[in-house]
Design a binder for this molecule. Structure first.
Ligand SMILES: *Cc1c(COP(=O)(O)O)cnc(C)c1O
Length: 364
């Protein structure tokens, strides 16, 4: 096969088991962005079988796909701009986040229109400056009392959970507690309080509350290799391996320019392999030769620029790799997701989520 993602569902199961051993909170499996590139429905089903009792997605479309595939587990959708189909969400028992007064109005109106009370989670901005109520809080407290919604949750999100000693984390938690007290003060006492992402789950048990929202660690990747350690150090099993076939292998003399712009040339007589994936498949173009693939029993570094559908690796003169061989782009043998992330100047989250939909996902 030209190129494919192999997803090890057992790894996801083990990662959830590891986290279950560290918390008494319920687990919400974050499966947004096609389950971080691993495949929405298969990962959601695996997470539920492994003990997750909630699912979380950004988009309503993702939540709808989950419901249409027969999943009845509670789902929260938290990125729903005003044009979202709130009626459909309420019909399908999808929990909605409320980050603003306008969302409250739209969701209440949608509930009235179909004669069903929406289930909502109030989202507050405790210092990330992204989603959530901040300046409208006083007005919101008035609007929410008596509003025709079931407030089942109250939540916020950390900006710096991957820096566990950062004072901003305790400031965010304090702000959270004080807003929650105000809500309880007006007689609204949500059953599910949630705050922690993977990094907070691993480093800050005070933030666990009733539900932890587990994303990157469930996929077996470290939330931050520098501050929290590698996935191996965290006992996580990376679920995704990316593989691609060698389109061809050929001998070239020293001094051969490679690829667009001839940015690099061979340093010696060598063998090259053309790997049949490129930036349209999600291979970052801005990589350096600090990464590559594993094939023929050895690492082969990238040489020259990544093209749209292919890139070139230097196999070395003695490689026995052949055209048609399957190279591991990242996985357990040669280069890791984190190697690719650092070569591209980004984070492992981006490397796994950017793999294009034209690359099939295979479950092992
Ligand atoms: C993506 C996301 C998470 C999961 O974050 P990880 O760092 O991958 O664990 C949790 N909560 C919200 C609101 C998110 O958007």
């Amino acid at each position: 096969m030209r190129a494919y993602v192999e997803v090890n569902l057992k790894a996801i199961k083990n990662n959830i088991a590891l986290v279950r051993g560290k918390t008494s909170a319920q687990i919400l499996a974050v499966v947004k962005a096609d389950a971080y590139g691993h495949g929405l429905v298969p990962v959601a089903k695996c997470a539920i079988e492994s003990g997750a009792s909630w699912l979380g997605v950004a988009l309503l479309e993702e939540a709808i796909t989950l419901r249409e595939s027969g999943i009845s587990t509670p789902i929260i959708s938290w990125l729903t701009p005003p044009s979202s189909d709130f009626k459909k969400a309420i019909e399908l028992d999808i929990d909605l986040s409320i980050p603003s007064l306008k969302h409250l109005e739209l969701i209440v109106a949608a509930g009235k229109a179909i004669g069903k009370r929406p289930r909502v989670h109030i989202e507050i901005d405790t210092g990330m400056g992204r989603g959530g109520l901040l300046g409208e809080w006083a007005e919101f407290l008035i609007a929410i009392s008596g509003a025709e919604v079931d407030v089942v949750g109250f939540w916020s999100h950390f900006a710096r959970a991957d820096e566990p000693d950062e004072i901003a984390n305790s400031n965010q938690l304090a702000e959270f507690e004080s807003k929650l007290a105000e809500l309880i003060g007006i007689g609204i006492n949500p059953k599910y309080i949630h705050f922690a992402n993977s990094a907070a789950t691993l480093t800050n048990s005070k933030s666990h509350k009733d539900i932890i929202r587990l994303g990157i660690a469930m996929y077996g990747l470290s939330p931050d290799v520098n501050s929290l350690g590698t996935s191996t150090q965290l006992d996580l099993e990376t679920a995704m391996t990316l593989k691609a076939e060698l389109h061809l292998v050929k001998r070239v003399p020293a001094g051969s320019p490679i690829g667009y712009g001839a940015t690099e040339s061979t340093a010696r007589d060598t063998k090259l392999a053309i790997v049949s994936m490129g930036y349209s498949d999600g291979i970052p173009r801005c990589t350096s030769n600090s990464t590559g693939v594993f094939v023929g029993g050895a690492k082969a570094p990238i040489i020259g620029r990544v093209s749209m559908d292919q890139f070139v690796v230097d196999l070395g003169p003695d490689s026995n790799a052949q055209s048609g061989d399957i190279a591991e782009v990242f996985g357990g043998l040669g280069y890791s997701v984190d190697d690719w992330a650092s070569a591209a100047g980004t984070i492992n989250y981006e490397i796994v989520t950017r793999i294009a939909s034209r690359v099939p996902r295979i479950y092992v």
